[in-house]
Design a protein around this ligand. Structure first.
Ligand code: SF4
Length: 685
């Protein structure tokens, strides 16, 4: 029988349990779901997961360290590359200070590697300039949930999806982004077991299953969510007892709703009042889960959007009980884990706050080090700080800011201005082409350790595939540079690092590699080895000293992004099922490329006719911040006045059209979701 390596999928936050089937040479030749975790995906997997073996075995993998010499990246020995990285980081730190170095950490590397990344930045470099890819997707969810409920994480997930009676899905095309979860929701909606309420500017394939489908104008979520909250409050559909017993700020929130004009909000958002009244009736007295995606978060006021939805969940008493909860659909397979490990500029491992002296002292005691106090820069702020000469070196692990950040031409220019750019990855990304040093890293199946899925479920992923070329584990590379910079780290495996994480972060104290290997994963918090974990948060109070959740009134944004006479359409970017993030992994699968091989932009047929455009035309899309050319398609799912484009391709990269300012003042995230554009037919390719 062929060897099978049990792994966790390295694409999305569902964290499906899969098996890599190896051929006689020990190479991965198939990916299957054997059903070993019936609590999660069972025998289901999506098209991306089914092609993981192609990505792992791709001929494009980085196989040797590279060092820039005379303006070319040349293959060198590990020793030469590690020494160069250590010497140059040390020089920059000495000349410009620890604040001049930044670290971008991946949401797809192991927890153990993410933990060591932030330890490297805080201890070896000496600043908190560390961030991860959540900044561009669910940074606002982390901030709002931490402020209002105590933990920057989902309160519940699948465990309550089976018990809920109503589910409201905001700005999340779940059949494309969370296909395995969508199958479970779809089944219950089809059987009439749940009331599915959708809020999405697009008429996606989900609409046919919904009781109510709202199509708010992009950027107006605060308007319709607050209008819904006021309708529920005015009708007496709220849970007064829950609000009084388990929250603070309730009266201030109610006062903020008092002057709220429901009809004006409906007019502006394009949502009908009668639809909101129907939604209110479907939530009233029913166990409700609130799910959201990047349609809610990727705005310059994304944190306020999430806060408004969490306020609504609190108002209706729908958190911390069976069948209820709040569930942001986190993007990458370990983006929850990267934040939990402290790869954030203001958060320490284990969801501890950088601002709390006791937390800094606790961790500093274990590290035998003094942790820097000053909060670090977020990823977009680091890019801007390059322009000001404040960031001189960037160490990028498993991230592709040259494509993922807004205004990518500006970002590429900034990356070239750095004194030192270190890239540690599995593929030569767009960003790697600007690098001074490139380290080839191992990937899933080649290295063992833990991932934490979007539901806070910590899972073990095994190794067994021979790594490509000279690729090494991420944690090993970090340790080797740290040693050369004078720190005698002596981790022999990811197990050693996990044991330290358990010591540092009480929420992981009861989770061991051994327990994970013989279970279906364990949900944090898990405070000791007798603890079974916490699938549903806040059953015994919220994660504050007073155990009460916080209502936070939010003000409507002063401006929303909309079409103008010069830019008469609004472009919405998003995901498709066949590809993932910047496409560096999924575009390495021949099967996925056969299904979707290039980017495109979609428009409603009525608008296409007005513009004289037909399926298959070649068009130029121009925003105030950039221009790209793309294949044109007609689609009924895009409503008139809008365009839709997937953002997984480098040619064109639709993020080139987005603005890098303003940032959400709380989550420090750019508005990546929408931009006003014009469209012009091109002569052809
Ligand atoms: S991409 Fe997501 S849904 Fe698909 S197999 Fe991987 S974890 Fe599961």
């Amino acid at each position: 029988m062929a060897d099978m390596i049990p792994i966790v999928c390295s694409y999305c936050g569902v964290g499906c349990n899969l098996e890599l089937v190896l051929n006689e040479k020990g190479e991965p030749e198939k990916t299957i779901a054997s059903g070993r975790n019936p609590d999660l995906n069972g025998k289901y997997l999506c098209v991306k997961g089914a092609t993981l073996h192609e990505m792992i075995g791709s001929q494009d993998r980085l196989v040797q360290p590279l060092l820039r010499k005379a303006d070319r990246l040349e293959a060198v020995s590990w020793d030469e590359a590690l020494e160069a990285a250590a010497v140059r980081l040390q020089e920059i730190k000495k000349r410009h200070g620890p604040e001049s170095v930044g670290m971008l950490c991946s949401g797809k590397i192991l927890n153990e590697a993410a933990y060591l990344s932030q330890k490297f930045q805080r201890m070896v470099i000496g600043s908190n300039n560390v961030d991860n890819c959540a900044r561009l997707c669910h940074g606002p969810s982390e901030v709002a949930l931490r402020k209002q409920l105590g933990f920057g994480a989902v309160s519940t997930f699948l465990e309550d999806f089976a018990l809920m009676e109503t589910v409201i899905v905001v700005g999340a095309h779940t059949s494309a982004t969370y296909p395995v979860i969508w199958m479970k929701l779809m089944h219950r909606a089809k059987e009439g077991q749940i009331n599915l309420i959708l809020a999405d500017p697009r008429a996606t394939d989900l609409v046919g299953f919904a009781k109510v489908s709202l199509h708010p104008r992009p950027g107006t979520d605060l308007h319709w969510i607050n209008a819904l909250a006021k309708i529920m409050y005015d009708k007496g559909y709220h849970d007064e007892l829950f609000c009084k017993q388990h929250t603070i700020g309730y009266q201030a929130y109610v006062n903020s709703l008092e002057q709220f004009d429901i009809d004006a909000a409906c007019r502006l958002s394009g949502v009908l009042r009668q639809d909101l009244e129907q939604v209110a009736g479907l939530i009233h007295g029913r166990k409700t889960v609130f799910i959201w995606g990047m349609g809610l978060t990727q705005h310059a006021y994304g944190t306020d959007n999430v806060t408004a939805l969490v306020n609504l969940a609190l108002l209706t008493g729908n958190i911390g009980k069976p069948g209820c909860g709040v569930s942001p659909l986190r993007g990458q397979n370990n983006v929850q884990g990267a934040g939990d490990m402290g790869a954030l500029p203001n958060v320490l491992p284990g969801q501890m706050h950088l601002g709390e002296e006791a937390s800094r002292l606790h961790i500093g005691g274990i590290w035998n080090s003094i942790l820097p106090e000053k909060p670090g820069l977020s990823a977009p702020e680091m890019i801007h700080a390059i322009a000001e000469g404040k960031i001189r070196a960037l160490y990028v692990i498993g991230e592709n800011p040259g494509m993922s950040e807004p205004q990518s031409t500006f970002v590429a220019w900034m990356l070239q201005r750095l004194d030192l750019l270190i890239i540690q990855d599995i593929f030569p990304t767009n960003t790697a082409h600007c690098a001074d040093i490139v380290f080839p890293a191992k990937t899933v199946g080649e290295e063992e350790g833990t991932f934490t899925n979007a539901a806070r479920r910590v899972q073990f992923t095994s190794k067994g595939v021979n790594a490509k070329g000279e690729a090494r584990p991420d944690w090993w590379i970090l340790q080797e540079i740290a040693r050369r910079m004078g720190y005698d780290w002596e981790y022999g495996s990811s197990h050693d690092i996990w044991e330290e994480i358990r010591q540092v972060a009480p929420i992981f104290a009861g989770i061991t590699h051994e327990r994970l290997k013989t279970s279906h994963g364990i949900f944090w918090p898990c405070y000791d080895e007798a603890h079974t974990g916490t699938p549903r948060l806040y059953e015994n109070g919220f994660a504050f000293r007073d155990q009460r959740a916080r209502f936070i009134p939010v003000r409507l944004p002063e401006q929303i992004i909309e079409a103008t006479p010069d830019y008469p359409y609004v472009l919405i970017t998003g995901r498709i099922i066949e590809h993932f993030n910047t496409g560096e992994m999924s575009r390495r699968s021949a099967k996925l490329l056969r299904i979707v091989s290039e980017s495109y932009v979609e428009m409603h047929p009525a608008d296409a006719q007005k513009e004289g455009l037909s399926q298959g035309d070649w068009v130029r899309i121009i925003s105030p911040f950039g221009a790209v050319e793309a294949l044109f398609k007609v689609s009924e799912s895009v409503l008139p006045g809008y365009l839709f484009a997937p953002n997984h391709f480098d040619r064109p990269n639709f993020n080139a059209l987005m603005s890098s300012v303003p940032l959400d003042p709380q989550a420090r995230m750019p508005a990546l979701k929408v931009v006003p554009v014009k469209i012009v037919k091109q002569a052809g390719r």
